[in-house]
Design a protein around this ligand. Structure first.
Ligand SMILES: *[C@@H]1O[C@H](CO)[C@@H](O)[C@H](O)[C@H]1NC(C)=O
Length: 198
């Protein structure tokens, strides 16, 4: 914007440029630095080593089917499931930070009807809300990717594009360990993730 100060004649153009750069949040990048693309499959892995594997579907106690989102345990042979991201706003041409996104596991199962992520029930002990799968076209069926002060990606829930009544109880996704299962849950400290193109 230094240029804008010196070129008074172009001030209108500069205003327009400034406005459009505010409106467009930065694209989310994969581990190779390429912008995430719509409807391309990505694995979501920890941005820290020796903790866990990629995100997958897990069977929590009481589940008829594996429908909780969680992490593959360390030293497992499983690689987890890839996901696709689709912006809520049809006008979005790529996956950007802070935008509402549909996240869908690319998994096939006769057991589950939908592999799309949604905000699930709260854990009675901790009050933290699990991330699970199921059909949901309301605000609880959309997540977002944000970058923290260190440039690390987090996944969160805080509707900004999807209409919602009242003020949402925003939360960032971290890991809740329950009987050895590493379950994705909101309302705790955020877990660092990165994205690997499948
Ligand atoms: C996660 O997925 C990527 C991409 O398929 C794969 O290369 C990797 O082995 C998986 N597991 C871990 C722990 O990163």
């Amino acid at each position: 914007m230094m240029l804008c100060k010196s070129l008074v004649a172009f001030s209108y153009l500069c205003l327009v440029m400034a406005a459009s750069s505010i409106a467009q949040s930065p694209p989310v990048l994969d581990i190779e630095g390429r912008p995430l693309e719509i409807n391309v499959e990505y694995f979501i892995k920890p941005a820290i080593t020796d903790v866990a594997g990629n995100l997958t579907l897990l069977t929590r106690k009481g589940d008829q089917c594996p429908f909780h989102v969680g992490q593959v345990p360390l030293r497992s042979q499983e690689i987890g499931f890839g996901v696709t991201f689709t912006p809520y706003l049809p006008s979005e041409d790529m996956i950007r930070e802070g935008r509402d996104l549909k996240v869908v596991f690319q998994a096939f199962s006769i057991c589950i009807t939908s592999t799309a992520w949604r905000v699930g029930e709260a854990d009675p002990t901790t009050g933290r809300r699990f991330v699970e799968t199921g059909d949901d076209d309301t605000a609880t069926g959309y997540f977002r990717i944000d970058r923290d002060n260190f440039g690390v990606y987090n996944i969160g829930w805080c509707p900004s594009d999807v209409p919602i009544r009242g003020r949402p109880r925003c939360g960032r996704a971290g890991i809740l360990i329950e009987k050895g299962l590493r379950l994705l849950a909101l309302d705790g400290s955020a877990f660092p993730f990165e994205f690997v193109r499948a």
